[in-house]
Design a protein around this ligand. Structure first.
Ligand code: MN
Length: 572
């Protein structure tokens, strides 16, 4: 190795960086912005995992191209970058880098688990399951259930999926035109609502506008023009209003920042119903009052706003006392500017602001920063978000089903899909065999193997939440006592034990009967005739058996002696 001269170390590093990049070493300029963004949120983050994740993803996707012609790796890198910008943790970013490897390259989920650990594997697996194309025409409720289930495994799955969709929408111009509109519409109908339910408004707003631009370019452009024109006139409307509000807040002793917030185009389009003629500044922007203080200070701030500007009656919404389903908290009111232009004002504390903008992401971030109890807190808060998700559209899947599912999930259970999209809840640790018996005992008895997420797997393979499992059966197959080694649920074990016991009993009865036939033939007694006359049943009943086969089985096992039976048949 060359000796590093301290005086030249910077130059040396630069030189080495250039050289190693050319050779494809892990020091890659493409990765630098991601590492920087991550270190901004987590100064002590171990970037080694990110480098490793990138190296694997880059190697696996090498040779694949995006529609734009760019190397495929630019996509997972951009997704990770979106998430890093939102302050997500290392595990999420590594999973984002790898999110398309299992679906699109030979890299398996088992390799992800071995190389990057269980947490990353759960996330990659969840995102792979959520791949939109495969569900195509499935009913909405099914898709909804799958998304909820993937979210149940770890809410970060859904966050990665949303960032994935956001980047695809950003690069939608490279798609063929007919796919563009369909993709945009599907995003609006399915994923944008989830972004909203998770409270990730920063993602929701951008996805809204990108999907809007793709599905209705003319309306999007017209809205953009109208909003720009309206905002150019915003000064005379909002300037005096903001000055009044600031003075009133100071007069009420509330520390707060007052900002103007332009609305996003899709929101304006929806609110205006497409009628953009003479769009007013109050329809293109809102006032945000960020309070340095408590909930109580927010109500005082609302009073200050109303003291400064005339409120529109009946337009106050108290989302502090009654948070929205996505845990969003703010006070909303509609006021009228000195010039007579109505507009919305939103009041919230600085503590409410991250959840209002980032929703679940703010909560994940807080959990990552937190103390030793962060896991426990995160678990509880995750359940709150999940229960809100489940409560949403509760009429689509039945409420009973969801309540049961929630209980199962809370108890650490897994939920597995049939190829038809039916959900089968199982305890954690359940195997493909347990899944087969849960479908129907006969399916379990006849099972010979499984296909898990499109790959052949033995019956002993453990199934995980969100797995799509198909059971291979053979009409001639029979349960084996060996199966008890990997039967994880009580019903499965009972089914197998009963089936094995039944088969053992049948075999014993056959063996016993054959022995009796031979012995009776020596005494010129025909067992078949004795059975037909009812003699055999009479002897069995005398001995306390209900069925003839039980007696034959007892003979085979030695609990009834052959001599005793021969004497009884001779007397019969
Ligand atoms: Mn992707």
């Amino acid at each position: 190795m060359a000796i590093l001269h301290p005086a030249n170390s910077t130059a040396m590093r630069t030189l080495r960086l250039r050289r190693s990049t050319a050779r494809g070493d892990p020091v890659r300029p493409a990765l630098a912005p991601l590492l920087d963004a991550h270190r901004t949120a987590f100064p002590n983050a171990d970037t080694g995992e990110l480098r490793r994740g990138y190296a694997v993803a880059e190697r696996m996707h090498r040779g694949q191209l995006r529609n734009s012609g760019a190397p495929y790796i630019t996509h997972p890198l951009a997704v990770a970058m979106i998430l890093a910008g939102m302050g997500l943790d290392t595990t999420t970013l590594v999973a984002a880098l790898l999110h398309d490897t299992v679906e699109d390259t030979p890299y398996t989920i088992g390799e992800v688990r071995a190389d990057f650990g269980e947490d990353v594997a759960v996330l990659v697996d969840g995102v792979t399951k959520l791949d939109g194309e495969r569900w195509g025409d499935r009913a909405e409720a099914e898709t909804f259930r799958k998304i909820v289930l993937a979210a149940a495994a770890d809410l970060r799955v859904l966050v990665i999926k949303l960032a994935d969709r956001l980047h695809n929408l950003r690069t939608l111009r490279h798609y063929p035109a007919h796919k563009r509109a369909r993709y945009a519409t599907a995003s609006h109908e399915l994923l944008v609502p989830f972004a909203e339910r998770l409270g990730i408004h920063v993602l929701k707003r951008e996805m809204d506008d990108l999907a809007f631009a793709a599905s209705d370019p003319a309306a999007h452009d017209a809205t953009g023009r109208a909003v720009r024109t309206a905002l150019r006139q915003a000064g005379p409307v909002f300037g005096p209003a903001m000055a009044l509000v600031r003075a009133s807040l100071a007069g009420h002793g509330v520390e707060a920042e007052v900002r103007l917030r332009p609305s996003h185009l899709y929101a304006v389009h929806q609110a205006s119903g497409g009628d953009l003629a003479g769009l007013r500044p109050g329809e293109a922007a809102r006032l945000l009052v960020l309070v340095d203080g408590t909930d109580r200070d927010c109500y005082i701030a609302l009073g200050a706003v109303h003291a400064a500007l005339h409120p529109v009656p009946g337009r106050v919404r108290d989302h502090i006392a009654l948070p929205k389903d996505n845990l969003y908290q703010s006070l909303h009111t509609r006021v009228i500017s000195p010039a007579g232009d109505p507009f919305e004002a939103i009041v919230r504390s600085r503590a409410m602001h991250p959840v209002a903008e980032y929703g679940i992401v703010a909560h994940i971030r807080a959990a990552c920063d937190g103390a030793a109890t962060a896991d426990a807190v995160a678990g509880r808060r995750d359940l709150v978000w999940l229960s809100r998700l489940l409560a949403w559209q509760s009429d689509a899947p039945s409420a009973d089903f969801l309540a049961g599912l929630r209980a199962d999930l809370a108890a650490g259970n897994v939920a597995v899909f049939t190829p038809d999209g039916e959900i089968v809840p199982l305890p954690a640790g359940a195997t493909a065999l347990d899944f087969a018996y849960a479908l129907a005992p006969e399916t379990g008895h006849r099972s010979i193997g499984a296909v898990i997420n499109g790959r052949l797997a033995p019956l002993s393979a453990e199934v995980r939440s969100g797995n799509v499992v198909e059971i291979l059966t053979d009409p001639g197959a029979v349960p084996s006592a060996d199966w008890l080694d990997f039967a994880a649920t009580v019903p499965t074990r009972v089914h197998i034990q009963r089936a094995v016991a039944r088969r053992d009993a049948e075999e014993a009865a056959d063996a016993g009967r054959r022995r009796l036939v031979r012995a009776l033939a020596g005494r010129r007694v025909d067992l078949l005739a004795a059975e037909a006359r009812g003699d055999s049943l009479a002897v069995a009943r005398d001995l306390g058996f209900t069925e003839i086969d039980e007696m034959y089985g007892a003979l085979a096992s030695g609990s009834v002696s052959l001599d005793d039976l021969l004497n009884r048949f001779a007397r019969a």
